[in-house]
Write a protein that binds this ligand. Structure first.
Ligand SMILES: Cc1cc2nc3c(=O)[nH]c(=O)nc-3n(C[C@H](O)[C@H](O)[C@H](O)COP(=O)(O)O)c2cc1C
Length: 150
């Protein structure tokens, strides 16, 4: 059974809710999902998992939130070759760089050698009913991709 780390940063709960729904989808597909705030884990913990999903809300002008910065810098020490990964997060289309943090995370995953196996999931604020399904599907699809190759 694939064990997936779902690590996220969330200030007002939107990204946390997305992360919980993604974890639900992973479990529905028969995988194990471990949900953690990035403030409660180090990037090198990724090595304890088969695959990783990273999420954040966007702050400032398309930036990573402050609480994601340590984890992001720690990623520079990692070789993620062979790891399946994807990014997700919440944002607000009223800002000029919508969900910029999600793009930064995806770029970092690729830079460290991870294989980003699906398009990033970007949700405006918290997920509505249809988007809740999209979040679960994102988790389910990710797990199925991991299971297909392991
Ligand atoms: C000061 C500030 C700056 C923000 N900058 C952006 C931004 O550049 N791009 C974006 O898409 N969203 C931006 N947002 C919106 C948040 O990412 C959005 O409210 C998100 O749903 C918060 O997620 P959370 O509940 O997980 O903390 C900003 C919000 C605040 C308060």
């Amino acid at each position: 059974m694939a064990k997936v780390l779902v690590a996220y940063a969330s200030l007002t709960g939107n990204t946390e809710e997305i992360a919980e729904l993604i974890a639900e989808g992973i479990r529905q597909a028969g995988g194990e999902a471990v949900l953690k705030s990035v403030t409660d884990c180090n990037a090198d913990e990724i090595n304890n998992y088969d695959a990783v999903l990273l999420g954040a809300y966007t702050w400032g002008d398309g930036e990573l939130p402050d609480e994601f910065l340590d984890f992001y810098e720690e990623m520079d020490e990692l070789n993620l070759a062979g790891y399946k990964a994807a990014a997700f997060g919440s944002g607000d289309t009223g800002y000029s760089i919508y969900c910029g943090a999600v793009d930064l995370i995806e770029e970092k995953l690729k830079e460290r050698g991870a294989e980003v196996v699906q398009e990033s999931l970007k949700i405006e604020y918290g997920p509505n009913a249809a988007e809740k399904d999209s979040c679960r599907n994102f988790g389910r699809q990710f797990l199925e991709t991991c299971a297909a190759v392991s």
